[in-house]
Design a protein around this ligand. Structure first.
Ligand SMILES: [Zn+2]
Length: 492
């Protein structure tokens, strides 16, 4: 009998091992959507150094996001005039509109109005350089110097590099008399760094009112990494969704009085308990239901065998996988919503019972979760805490729609990236920060965030950081990418 059980167990183990092995081996990238027909981008006769010098000029306009009505608009209007002067062929070919006071909306009309347009985004504004960080800059943050093979200054990466590269590409084509068949729309917001409400949101509304339903929208947001944490090698990550953002306000009302004879709970202890419970509330952490599984599949050939076995068999190794990723913040963010208590406030004196206490908890919302469900879950967790209420502070923003990884537009972006960065497999990714493109869900089915910039882990600190700079090599690649995109996507 014992032998029979052992034999049965052995068969079971073999069956599981076989199944795990089969799934591991068959876990590969899905066949790519038909490779897009793209031109050879190395053929373009671009003067990268001259283009880099022009990016330097663009950086000298101090287009820091405007926060007060009295903030100086002149850097923006001067930047607009400079764009008109610097890119004359494009400006002659395209229609320019000013939207929301300072945003630029260009329409380069195609000869075939039946083809849905391409919408290309970038933003004009930059974050300020804090006075206390000025010392840490090697060069003038608004000097736009070209040195050591790079263009230096605020906005070099985020996001004047992209804006200028788009216009370099458009000018390159327009100057040769090339005309699009499919309309190309350029939307350059002026307030991306402070939410995009006056710029991107308004331009998206204008486009929606005109009935524009684009083939796809492309914005900044993701790039290629030279050492992807999963594979240790390069990977080009195309953002297919952007996390949502919401802040939860937890309020506790208490009995005011002297602390010598306290009630069992004070407003402070109640708010602390509520924050603790909400922080610890169970959040689904899975590969499926977001871009994570698609990313793993696309990178499968580069994954080491054990990682591949684990991700191919989440049914078995899910807990192990989650435990491994739990200590890695970017990996955790990929698998599920993250919860970060950020502020707590209450009481005025050490010996006085406060009448109220409040706390703020910041949520970054994964595509599988909704703000409503998260709020309901938080409320249920604290339902028995007397005097505690939980609300979203301001609007709660869900994650954006997930864009397709099998569309013809994804194939176009992926093919161009692959030609320009042949060592970097292309994978879908979740954008962890915020971009203007989240306002464009109503304008196109597919919204992508990608630039073919090859970054090291250290480079990721540059956007908004000290010594922001872009290598001329990266900048040149970006221009070629955009020319190829316009040519293959809109001119044939
Ligand atoms: Zn940006």
């Amino acid at each position: 009998m014992v032998r029979l059980i052992l034999a049965g167990l052995a068969v079971l183990v073999l069956a599981v091992a076989g199944f795990v092995g089969y799934r591991t081996i068959s876990f590969t990238a899905p066949p790519p959507a038909a490779e897009a027909a793209i031109p050879d981008t190395s053929d373009y006769a671009i003067d990268a150094n001259a283009a880099a010098a022009r990016l330097g000029e663009a950086i000298r306009f101090r287009t820091v996001s405007l926060v007060a009505p009295s903030d100086d608009r002149a850097p923006f209007t001067q930047f607009h005039a400079w764009l008109q002067q610097t890119y004359p062929a494009f400006h002659a070919a395209a229609r320019r509109e000013i939207v929301g006071e300072l945003s630029l909306l260009y329409t380069w009309a195609g000869s075939d109005p039946a083809q849905p347009p391409i919408v290309l985004l970038a933003h004009q504004d930059v974050v300020p350089v804090a006075a206390e960080t000025r010392e840490a800059w090697r060069l003038d943050p608004f000097g736009g110097d070209v040195q050591d093979g790079a263009v230096w200054g605020r906005g070099a990466i985020d996001d004047k590099g992209s804006l200028v590269a788009l216009l370099e590409a458009a000018e390159f084509l327009a100057a040769q008399g090339r005309q699009p068949v499919r309309t190309i729309i350029f939307a350059f917001g002026h307030d991306e760094e402070i939410g995009g409400e006056d710029g991107a949101a308004q331009m998206a509304r204008v486009l929606a009112q005109r009935g524009v339903r684009a083939w796809f929208v492309l914005d900044e947001g993701m790039a290629a990494l030279d050492d992807h944490p999963l594979t240790g090698g390069p990977a080009a990550m195309i953002g297919v969704s952007e996390r949502g953002f919401a802040t939860m306000r937890v309020h506790a009302a208490g009995q005011p009085g002297h602390s010598s004879m306290p009630h069992r709970e004070t407003a402070v202890s109640a708010v602390a308990e509520a924050v603790d419970r909400i922080h610890a509330m169970p959040i689904e952490q899975r590969l499926e239901g977001g871009p994570a599984l698609g990313m793993m599949r696309a990178l499968a050939p580069q994954l080491d065998f054990t990682t591949r076995m684990a991700v191919a068999n989440e049914w078995l190794f899910g807990p192990l996988l989650r435990a491994r990723m739990a200590d890695n913040p970017p990996a955790r963010a990929l698998l599920g919503t993250t919860i970060a208590p950020t502020m707590i406030n209450g009481g005025v004196r050490a010996n006085v019972l406060p009448a109220e206490a409040t706390a703020m908890i910041n949520f970054r919302i994964h595509p599988r979760d909704t703000p409503d469900a998260l709020l309901a879950q938080a409320r249920a967790r604290v339902a028995d805490l007397e005097g505690v209420t939980v609300e979203w502070e301001g609007p709660a923003r869900a994650a954006t729609e997930m864009s397709s990884t099998t569309s013809s537009s994804y194939a176009l972006i992926a093919s161009l990236s692959h030609q320009l960065l042949p060592d970097a497999p292309v994978a879908p990714a979740l954008v962890l920060a915020g971009t203007d493109s989240r306002h464009y869900d109503g304008v196109a089915q597919d919204v992508y965030r990608y630039q073919p910039l090859l970054f090291t882990a250290a480079d990721l600190e540059l956007a908004h950081g000290n010594n922001e700079h872009i290598s001329v090599e990266n900048f040149d690649r970006m221009i070629r990418f955009y020319i190829g995109l316009m040519q293959a996507g809109a001119m044939q």
